[in-house]
Design a protein around this ligand. Sequence first.
Ligand SMILES: *Cc1c(COP(=O)(O)O)cnc(C)c1O
Length: 418
Amino acid sequence: MNEVLKFDRLHLWHPYAKAGEEAPPVWEVVKAEGVKLTISDGHELIDGVSSWWCACHGHNPPEIVEAIQKQAEKFSQVMFAGFTHRPAAELGELLLSAAPGNMEQIFYVDSGSVASEAMMKLAMLYQEARRRPERKLMLTIKGGYHGDTLGAMSVSDPDGMHHAFAGAMVQNIFAEAPKSKHGGEFCEDDIADFGEKLRANEGKIAGVILEPVFQGANRMYFYHEEFLRRVKVLCDEFDILLMFDEVASGFGRLGKFFASEFAGVEPDVMSVGKGLTGGMIGLAAVLASGKVARVAGSFTHGPTFMANPVACAAGAASLRIFQRGEWQKRVAAIDKQLRKELAPAMELPNVADVRSMGAVGVIEVKKMPPPEAYRQLLLKNGVWLRPFGNYIYTMPPLITGEGDLTKITSCMLEIAGI
Ligand SMILES: *Cc1c(COP(=O)(O)O)cnc(C)c1O
């Protein structure tokens, strides 16, 4: 163990991990470029999860590195109260041109979880301004994930990874998640429970928060977009805000730039994060329709690093790469290859389901191999994956080539097979 690993072992916490001697092992990254991570023992690993779904153009794309360097030399941070700057405006313009047509107003924050918090506050402000101050709750669907802060946890799956905090959270309202799969038939039953919960609690609900089409960090599931169209009609009927959390589904991941495009539904409010800066630096945002922004009044939220200039410059550079449009062909190719190469997993006795959409591929297993066994397989295959629950999945950088993707899928099959 070198100095870094020794210090880490003694003092650094990792996500969802114990401290100290009982902590799961980690590898030290010494280089990240394109789709590859190099660790300190010399192994190269293809980043099959885009470093938690962020590095959509791969690691260190030169255009974004340059944008960050240039902005850091000019100025790296100024408060956003009383000031503005070019990177914030440039990123904003690019974001609005890519977002649903009704989006007009942008609120920058530092992470996806905080975007969820801000989005829910905006819904409450909107209802308050409409003289319905008793509308403070959120309606969502089971199996969702919106972040790790208290408010975000209160709309994520209550029986899942956050159960220890159950008593500390607002009791929001959960409807059954849709069972109809994306690409299959829509079953009318899917909207029944949601409709009932909404009608029964209409006077208490400020907004509906959902991950459109793709429920990620909780269940890796792609559901039918018709569900979103039904939800939209119900929300409009009761003037309840419809909020799409596009933190995972946005930026081309599923094959369209935003998942809302599959349904043709314009939400009232949406959030973006993860891929916003091409995964180069933390930044997220809440986007709102003009109507919501005008009604809601003063947005009582204001992170210290709101609209950080370096992060905004990275975001603008990332969106310019997207604007060139190459991602569409690549995601279509990744989609096709994932379907083809993951299909044989269905034959394995340990496999419960195989599914994929765009640049997301999932093998759901009955039993996960022990961590040490799959870590050895990762090293052997030269691939980085981070399975959770019973899901072995990949969300590779959108630039991943055919050969590298084959290495990822064969590694996934090998893990599923042990
Ligand atoms: C990751 C994620 C978040 C939280 O984002 P952080 O930047 O980790 O706070 C919120 N919503 C969805 C859908 C996510 O996938």
